[in-house]
Write a protein that binds this ligand. Sequence first.
Ligand code: F6P
Length: 558
Amino acid sequence: MTSAPVDATATAPWATLTDLADAFEPDLRGWFASDPKRTEAMTLTAGDLVVDLSKNLITPPIAQALVQLAREVGVPERAEAMFRGDHINVTEDRAVLHTALRLPREAKLTVDGQDVVADVHGELDKMYAFADQVRSGEWTGVTGKPVQTVINIGIGGSDLGPVMVYEALKPYGKLGLECRFISNIDPTDLAEKTFGLDPETTLFIVASKTFSTLETLTNARLARTWLLDQLRERGIVGDSEDDARRAVSQHFVAVSTALDKVEAFGIDPANAFGFWDWVGGRYSVDSTIGTSIAIFIGPERFADFLAGFRTIDEHFKNTPIAGNVPMLMGLLNVWYDNFLGAQSHAVLPYSQYLHRFPAYLQQLTMESNGKSVRWDGSPVTTSTGEVFWGEPGTNGQHAFYQLIHQGTRLIPTDFIAFANPAHPLKDGDADVHELFLANFFAQTKALAFGKTADEVRAEGTPEEIVPARVFSGNRPSTSIMAPELSPSVLGQLIALYEHITFTQGVVWGIDSFDQWGVELGKQLAKELTPAVGGDEAALAEQDQSTSALIRYYLAHRR
Ligand code: F6P
């Protein structure tokens, strides 16, 4: 599917939206007052997710034009092409099939001659069997002790997904089993995460799609050295290569699409779990990249997690645009970014368990849609890729919400909350979850409706302070609620944002599945290594700023 993208900015709905934006006067107070059914009409359901769009800055004509825009640029058709396995990752000439990772066993999908469903379930079965072995204690370290700590070594999509899900699903994890995550090439990460660990009960999972990522391979080598040093210190393994291989085979497994490289690294291919080049790194948490999660929550719950993704896939695939939650949320982002000038988007989960969700979404959204050219190589025709950020509430309320409430920038927000807490605690008679939710409800209300100068005055505020205490309102939010943060609901939330990202990418005409923008830095880091080591000839080749910075390092290193 390499046909040129439709230029959204040249379509009739774009012109309509431009006119609507020019004449736009947001008035959430008025819109709510004049339409008692606004919330009912603008609250949609996708799986277990109930999504209230009514506090967004849109009117029926804007919504209609956005839906028309999605139709004109072909969002549904491109989604179909994705699900079908067309090579919509144009610059890498690949299918984009993370949605196949959650197809049921009985589904049928053959792409480029590959029986995708059979392959997916083959690897899942292998991962599940391994997870069961580790959880039951059948899989042991070299001294016969069961695994107590699983360390995932990976970066980007091979880290952010697993760590986010591990944190989110802690209540579903096996007691006595801990996961840690090493990603950064800053040696501090490995030093801190291995500190105090018992090597005899530690299992490393080296997770890398390409198995060529500098950070991951360096950390994997360091971990191997750490393991063997520790075991040798205890007199458990000898100095021979055979001893080392035996220990490594019981304490290291790998996940990759490049199983030949796994073997070359010294990990037994029997202990490696595969996936495929049609799974993008940032879309891979539901592949075997989630091995640490499968071990932690067990195969049954991992299957629930996958079923959650599938629920939203089905919704995305089968629901007309006007009721399609991911499409509408993606279109709203387009409205804010391209017509109202928003440059960032805050995601604010009211769940401490989701504290890594915004970081996860940063890779998903920004590595996908931070592009300046379209999939045919032509320049984009409008701005793309807003900055995603956030922190859990209520912590954020005491930090950056000030700017969202009273700053000069438009910051659309997504608030996420759950009806049931994982820990129902009481403070005296007060249900703490209710206090927590009261904050969630209060924030979107304050953002939407604000507080007028007259209302501030009516509270007896001295006139000179009135302006500082006024809240303009008309600050948009989407509220997403679900019964509880279960494995399935987490899968649904992730899939929701995957498809929001997809929708925006199609409107902008960009390939949301490549990431060439990370390459130059990697290449230069390699080239700079001799200069950082003090090589004068290499230093002489550097620009003045880079050279001065490296010389600072060379002068100050101890
Ligand atoms: O450098 C960016 C990136 O390629 C991401 O897209 C990816 O998730 C990450 O690096 C890790 O890559 P790998 O899984 O191949 O080690």
